[in-house]
Design a protein around this ligand. Structure first.
Ligand SMILES: CC(=O)SCCNC(=O)CCNC(=O)[C@H](O)C(C)(C)COP(=O)(O)OP(=O)(O)OC[C@H]1O[C@@H](n2cnc3c(N)ncnc32)[C@H](O)[C@@H]1OP(=O)(O)O
Ligand SMILES: CC(=O)C(=O)O
Length: 527
């Protein structure tokens, strides 16, 4: 039986607090999911959410999906209402999708207390709605809401909901852990019990896991190991409360761990791109530490890791990052060893293999500086300058020598606050004194330095300060607090670089970061 990868980013994923897609967003997300190769995209609930109705209308002309089929989601008919007269059911047909997903109550307590009807009427609602939609040519999936809780409470009733849906023509019955309280061992046991009780092959079941126990991915994998051949999830695990099973992790685990080729060839490698693009559309910062897709999913900080990675990257990576479109990164921090320095330098294009003394010096210097509050993890450009300073053939050219700088902050009578900076520097043998104003002391200092350097380095014109972050670090060992500044600089060609400075005085910390930023940028421009 064909394995089905079923995405519900646009329906259950949109139930995440704080997330709201426009119709255009939904169309863009659908295209990305299709590029990732999912088989089904649940687009929303037509007739209930106006944007979803509009999405399905526009999808007919604006989406040209290669891999996925669109699914409209809705509920079984209302209790006591003929299916043909139920406007919600009609809206599902009006969406004109090849497939429909119906949420059906699979827990007798919900039937009696939330629907306020009888078990028999709920079965009739399932039967009538499935049969009606199948008769209209739709493929039908039934999401058994609260399946696991219901099955534990009253297995006979819940099993009868499953049997009714499949007998009426549903293609798969999806076992939903709606409250997200399951554990993998309980999923396995429930599926075995359901199969034994009904005689229905587990291939006809699907799995839909909420993440309230942080086990949604594990529960989904457990279901597949128990024979289920339809998995539901959302991009990046977005969804109601803590979210749904992260479809990226589910699919990667299925392909890479269980050897099930659930995506078309070439699609798994799209994961990082698709994950980040959807995060961008959802206006949610990508989770750096997300399994497989996060920027830190294959980032190594510990020196011991790096020393083994130097021999073979797979000694410390559970898979080759490139298979999901990710990269390995070595982080340089106080936990670095010689191997970390060598590997990170190699990443930056510097081969330290023949320079053991430089490796030792840089390792010691990094540890010393990090103990004083420096952080090179996010400041590759400062790290590169540090390494190159130890390499006679690659030492960076320092564009100027500082004689002194001075910064003034003036609060004027009218309330305006202006900063002014003067730098005295030596540039290519010439003594230069330059003054500039700015909206703050760091801005004034940056401007004054540029004024002083501009005649000798006109390329500075293209550099701009793209980001400036300040962090106050608590003092250690009886010292006062220190300030760490990270400066991100861009040169207008899409290249940017980050530098760091640390000092008890914020202006001096900024000065260090600015000088590194200009030194690095000018050196690069000269290459
Ligand atoms: C587990 C899940 O996440 S399922 C997906 C849930 N998603 C959503 O709820 C988002 C979209 N929902 C909506 O826009 C609205 O809730 C609507 C349009 C569906 C319904 O709105 P209203 O008619 O105002 O009803 P309300 O939301 O208050 O209550 C839900 C109704 O659906 C009924 N219902 C709930 N589940 C089912 C079901 N599986 N089959 C049939 N009816 C159901 C309830 O009994 C209740 O009926 P009542 O109004 O006769 O009491
Ligand atoms: C259907 C669904 O979203 C759930 O039961 O969680």
């Amino acid at each position: 039986m064909t394995f089905q990868v079923y995405d519900t980013t646009l329906r259950d994923g949109a139930q995440r607090e704080g997330l709201s897609y426009s119709v255009i967003d939904k169309l863009a997300v659908a295209r990305l999911l299709d590029e990732f190769g999912v088989g089904f995209i649940e687009g929303g609930w037509p007739g209930a959410v106006p944007k979803d109705t509009e999405f399905f209308r526009r999808a007919r002309t604006e989406l040209d999906l290669r891999h996925a089929l669109l699914v409209a989601f809705g509920a079984t008919r209302k209790a006591g209402v003929a299916v043909a007269d139920d406007p919600q059911v009609r809206a599902l047909l009006d969406a004109r999708t090849p497939a429909v997903a119906l949420v059906a109550k699979a827990d007798i307590r919900h039937v009696e207390r939330a629907l306020r009807t009888t078990g028999a009427e709920n079965l009739a609602m399932v039967r009538d709605t499935v049969a009606h939609l199948v008769a209209q040519g739709r493929r039908v999936f039934v999401d058994g809401e609260h399946f696991f809780d219901g099955f534990r409470h009253d297995p006979a009733y819940t099993a009868s909901v499953v049997e009714t849906a499949l007998a009426a023509g549903a293609e798969r019955f999806v076992l939903c852990d709606t409250n997200g309280g399951m554990l993998p061992s309980r999923v396995t046991a429930a599926i075995a019990d359901l199969t034994a009780r009904t005689g229905i092959a587990p291939e006809l079941f699907g799995m839909h896991a909420q993440n309230d126990t942080a086990c949604a991915v594990a529960n989904t994998i457990a279901a597949v190991e128990a024979g289920v051949r339809h998995v539901q999830g959302t991009a990046n695990g977005y969804g109601e409360r803590p979210g749904n099973a992260d479809l990226f992790a589910v699919v990667a685990n299925l392909q890479l761990k269980l050897g099930l080729p659930v995506l078309p060839d070439g699609c798994l490698e799209q994961m990082v791109r698709v994950s980040h693009a959807i995060a961008e559309i959802a206006n949610i910062a990508p989770d750096t530490h997300q399994a497989y897709a996060g920027a830190a999913a294959f980032a190594h900080k510990a020196g011991l890791h790096a020393s083994a990675i130097k021999v073979d990257p797979l000694l410390y990576n559970h898979v080759d990052p490139s298979v999901v479109g990710n990269d390995m990164r070595i982080l340089v921090t106080e936990m670095a060893g010689r191997a970390s320095i060598e590997l990170k330098s190699r990443e930056l294009g510097l081969d330290l293999a023949g320079h053991p003394d430089a490796v030792s010096k840089v390792t010691a210097r990094v540890k010393e500086l990090e103990a004083g509050g420096w952080s090179f993890e996010a400041a590759d450009a400062s790290f590169e300058l540090l390494v190159r300073s130890e390499l006679p053939d690659a030492a960076p050219v320092r564009p100027f020598a500082l004689e002194s700088y001075r910064v003034l902050v003036e609060h004027r009578e009218d309330g305006e606050v202006v900063s002014e900076a003067t730098v005295k520097i030596r540039v290519r043998g010439e003594r230069v004194i330059a003054t500039a104003e700015g909206n703050g002391p760091v801005n004034a200092l940056d401007e004054a330095l540029r004024v002083g350097l501009s005649r000798h380095y006109p390329e500075l014109r293209d550099f701009e300060l793209a980001d400036y972050k300040v962090r106050i670090l608590e003092g250690t060992h009886g010292t006062g607090a220190v300030t760490r500044v990270l400066v991100e600089t861009a040169d207008g060609t899409g290249r940017d670089w980050t530098t760091v400075g640390v000092h008890p005085n914020v202006v001096e910390a900024s000065w260090h970061a600015l000088v590194d930023a200009l030194t690095y940028g000018l050196d690069r421009a000269a290459v």
